[in-house]
Design a binder for this molecule. Structure first.
Ligand SMILES: Cc1cc2nc3c(=O)[nH]c(=O)nc-3n(C[C@H](O)[C@H](O)[C@H](O)COP(=O)(O)O)c2cc1C
Ligand SMILES: C=C(O[C@@H]1CC(C(=O)O)=C[C@@H](OP(=O)(O)O)[C@H]1O)C(=O)O
Length: 378
């Protein structure tokens, strides 16, 4: 098992849902990024479990301990490593699942792949819990992008549940601060208060029926300069999708008009160019800011489809791997009735890491100013 990604900025994630700790190592972060640990903690809190009635009841402080890579509040160029302790595990809830695997979770596939040596407790290394260290790395990447180039990454719940309750779209041409404010203020991360309320209700209805719901997260990165990326296999789409599919439960990724582009005429889908303030801009942004794998200078727009949580309280058909016979399964324990709200910051983290890696690869990230000699204690 290897859980690492990235070229110039390389992230590796370790741990299991119920191991002593989970964590990450990030190599290649430019030196001199000022890391605001309060801002990082606030970012992690948006993902942390046990904070609302739409989340699992497992409550974790999710306070990262940075072990290396930071000196005087700045990245120092050495690999950055951090851990988060797992403090609230109930492994007994998982005892039967090694024998009777959960439909929709990784239990059976991992049983075959790892010869039944995998850690089943809390979903082991397959758990959504591993997105906490992803958010440590991504939270630092977000700060680096904003400091170096003023890039802002914003995500929200675009759609939720079988009723397909929809939020307004994020502005795909320019950052609208009122949208960002609304996403932070509503009961779920939506632009529209009405959509947030309806989505919240839909999660509670599914939860009361011992079921779960999925949804779509939309993410936009504002301020990405033109000309970053590569054709074919190292394009911005490839890089974002690779990390996005590392988020457990993400089952689809689309960019710009995405699958909708297949039903458009060329004359509708193409984004016409014009000059504005001596810059090339597009009149609309159906390309989602990427052509040929390379940024166009328009906002990067993409969406991730998140499936409904597999662990549900309803009785399900499964099998007994010991007796090789059919078996009934009722999953006990604490689970998210909907993953989508907690995955919103994870999607932002994935986007920031992919963009930072591409920018550093292309030498397009300005080097932070050297620190004055007097600012160092030693
Ligand atoms: C933030 C987050 C929380 C999750 N919470 C749960 C959960 O409580 N119960 C569960 O069965 N799956 C949960 N998942 C999803 C599973 O981990 C995931 O479906 C499983 O590992 C199988 O992987 P796949 O769906 O990507 O194929 C969560 C995922 C994320 C990103
Ligand atoms: C703990 C987190 O999510 C967990 C993700 C998860 C899974 O199967 O993915 C299963 C649950 O684990 P447990 O049974 O230990 O409560 C969730 O709580 C987290 O995201 O921090």
């Amino acid at each position: 098992m290897a859980s690492s990604v990235g070229h110039s900025v390389r992230l590796s994630i370790f741990g299991q849902s119920h191991s002593e700790a989970i964590g990450c190592v990030v190599e290649g972060l430019p030196a001199g990024i000022s890391v605001d640990l309060d801002e990082l903690q606030a970012f992690l809190a948006r993902r942390a479990p046990g904070r609302s009635d739409t989340s699992t009841a497992r409550r974790e402080p999710d306070r990262p301990r940075i072990l290396s890579g930071l000196v005087d509040g700045h990245t120092c160029g050495a690999p950055l490593s951090a851990i988060i302790e797992n403090t609230n595990t109930r492994s007994q809830d998982y005892e039967g699942l090694r024998r009777v695997p959960r439909p929709g979770h990784a239990d059976y596939a991992a049983y075959v792949r790892y010869g039944n040596h995998h850690d089943v407790a809390g979903g082991g290394h397959f758990s959504g819990r591993l997105t906490a260290p992803l958010c440590i790395a991504g939270g630092i990447a977000l700060q680096a992008l904003e400091q170096a180039l003023g890039i802002r990454v914003v995500a929200h719940i675009a759609q939720l549940g079988p009723e397909r309750i929809c939020d307004e779209h994020l502005n795909d041409m320019t950052l609208d601060p009122s949208q960002v404010e609304a996403i932070g203020a509503n009961e779920l991360p939506c632009i529209s208060t009405g959509a947030a309320r309806a989505m919240h209700e839909a999660v509670l209805v599914a939860k009361s029926k011992l079921d779960s719901v999925g949804g779509v997260i939309e993410c936009v990165a504002y301020g990405m300069p033109a000309g970053v990326g590569d054709p074919m296999f190292d394009g911005l789409e490839n890089r974002i999708a690779r990390i996005a599919y590392g988020i457990p439960a993400v089952k689809g990724v689309e960019f710009g008009a995405g699958f909708g582009a297949a039903a458009l005429l060329g004359s509708q889908n193409n984004d016409p160019y014009r000059i504005e303030d001596e810059r090339v801009v597009c009149e609309k942004n159906d390309a989602g800011g990427i052509l040929g794998g390379i940024s166009t200078g328009m906002p990067i727009v993409w969406r991730a489809a998140v499936k409904p949580t597999p662990s549900i309280g309803k009785r399900q058909d499964s099998v007994d791997l010991g007796s090789t016979s059919d078996a009934d399964l009722v999953v006990h324990g604490r689970h998210d009735p909907c993953i989508v709200p907690r995955a919103v910051p994870v999607v932002e983290a994935a986007c920031a890491l992919a963009l930072l890696d591409a920018l550093v690869d292309d030498g397009a990230l300005p080097t932070p100013a050297p620190a004055p000699l007097s600012s160092h204690a030693i």
